[in-house]
Ligand binder design. Structure first.
Ligand SMILES: [Zn+2]
Length: 465
């Protein structure tokens, strides 16, 4: 499939109001399967922790396998529409789409339990304050994406979740040529992770957001060790690179690295792995390379202080509340994992700042990225801690001191809400789906290209044999 066709298909993606609830998403997939019994094969691949069956929908009979999985982070639902749109077009009458020599294995959401805990904001993803207040992200050891087996030097992880085990089996059974786990970001611009440096694919990854009028995210990368293949396209490096980076900073890698990603598992089969990170809101600063009058090192230190300060405030509330909490909610489990990270991350940032030359000035994009991460984390994890405390006030199990802690936190949280960026522009959901869908088509076209040389298999096998 050439890039003109991909851009045409991308422009045809319909817009949506918000995101589908889990039951609605499953019903839509089941309706597709019922309408095309000869072209869709539904396979149960596992069971969620709360007992919900997990299904993969196989579509097409091509000689290249592509595994597309949504809900790997259940707070990232753009992929719900992408998975559905992909399934619909591959069952539709567009001759160029259905001519791709690919068999698709699509999982609408691999973590339905976690996704349901985000459903309160799905009808209105445009208001950041509302979104954050109803936000849920599982603790790292409860995220499907980061609980694949890991075994590298001081790092050893084998606490695989049932959903992750289902995902592992799907990868091992299909030995995919392409793996796309459907993620999204929150604020700024579009960026990608790609497991191979493929200029033909990267050209399309750049062309798709351009065609839809969306900016690339060229500011502060999500993690400082990331290797850039092209603007806003990062190498999907394995645990080895992160381990070396942290060791070089004098930070103990075993404290920061736990499970591996789905990509690490799929690389065992030589899959091309791609992730498209998409924001709900764009901001002009996210792609502005103008230098500021603050050095990059000072920016890192200032944001480290802000984040550490907010983390310490949340930690005080959590510590004071802990003896009075009786309900072990996912919000509490997440708070116990993330709040200490808010106080630990600044330590790494201050160590990074020491290595930056004093005369290296931060760009507007970097300033926006660093400052917005502080806003994002306060709103997310302050909101989750509030939900943990409110589980008790709602259930009638909260003592008077616990109620007062809840009220104090709500007051502090309101200040952070007032500080949320208000001049960010919500992006129509259809365009976000279009970018993810176009990126999948670009990668699928590459792996299905009959003229492509045989695929390179990763030299390292993360997670061990
Ligand atoms: Zn994610």
């Amino acid at each position: 499939m050439d890039s003109d066709t991909i851009l045409r298909l991308v422009r045809e993606v319909p817009d949506h109001d918000g995101f589908p609830l889990v039951d609605d998403l499953h019903a839509r997939f089941d309706a597709l399967a019922a309408a095309h019994p000869d072209r869709v094969t539904v396979t149960r691949i596992g069971t969620s922790r709360l007992g919900e069956p997990l299904h993969s929908y196989r579509i097409g009979t091509g000689s290249h396998a592509a595994v597309i999985v949504g809900g790997v982070h259940p707070n990232e639902p753009i992929g719900s529409w992408t998975a559905l749109h992909l399934a619909e077009t591959m069952l539709g009458d567009d001759a160029e789409a259905t001519a791709l020599d690919v068999t698709w294995h699509i999982v609408p959401t691999i973590d339905p339990d976690g996704m349901r805990l985000n459903e309160a904001w799905f009808h209105d993803p445009y208001d950041r304050v509302f979104y954050s207040r109803h936000f849920y992200r599982p603790a790292p050891d409860s995220q499907v994406e980061w609980t694949f087996p890991n075994n590298h030097k001081s790092v050893y992880f084998d606490q695989v979740l049932p959903e992750t085990l289902a995902f592992m089996r799907l990868i091992d059974d299909t030995e995919p040529d392409l793996l796309v786990s459907l993620h999204n970001g929150e604020m700024g611009g579009v960026y990608y992770y790609l497991s191979e440096d493929l200029p033909d694919v990267i050209d399309v990854l750049h062309a798709v957001p351009r065609a839809l009028g969306l900016p690339l995210d060229t500011g502060e990368p999500e993690s400082p060790h990331l290797r850039e293949l092209a603007p806003a396209v990062f190498a999907m490096d394995g645990v080895e690179e992160v381990h070396d980076y942290l060791e070089g900073l004098g930070v103990d890698p075993a404290e920061h690295i736990h499970g591996a990603s789905s990509a690490a598992w799929a690389l065992r089969h030589g899959a091309l792995c791609m992730v498209a990170e998409l924001p709900y809101w764009s901001h002009p600063d996210a792609d502005d390379q103008t230098p500021t009058d603050e050095s990059y090192a000072d920016l890192l230190r200032r944001c480290a202080d802000d984040l550490g300060g907010s983390g310490a405030e949340l930690q005080r509330v959590l510590d004071a509340a802990s003896p009075m909490l009786t309900i072990e909610t996912p919000f509490l489990q997440g708070s116990r994992a993330f709040i200490p990270m808010l106080t630990a991350t600044p330590e790494t940032d201050r160590a990074r700042a020491e290595r930056e030359p004093a005369d290296r000035m931060a760009t507007v994009a970097e300033r926006f990225g660093c400052e917005d991460l502080v806003r994002c984390f306060r709103l997310r994890y302050g909101g989750m801690l509030l939900r943990a405390l409110e589980a008790e006030t709602t259930a009638g199990t909260a003592s008077a001191p616990l109620r007062r802690l809840r009220d104090d936190l709500a007051e502090r949280y309101a200040l952070w809400q007032a500080d949320a960026v208000t001049d960010a522009a919500p992006i129509p959901v259809g365009k976000l789906v279009g970018v993810q869908y176009g990126a999948i088509l670009a990668c699928a076209s590459h792996v299905a290209d009959p003229h492509r040389a045989s695929r390179p298999v990763s030299a390292t096998i993360p997670g061990g044999a």
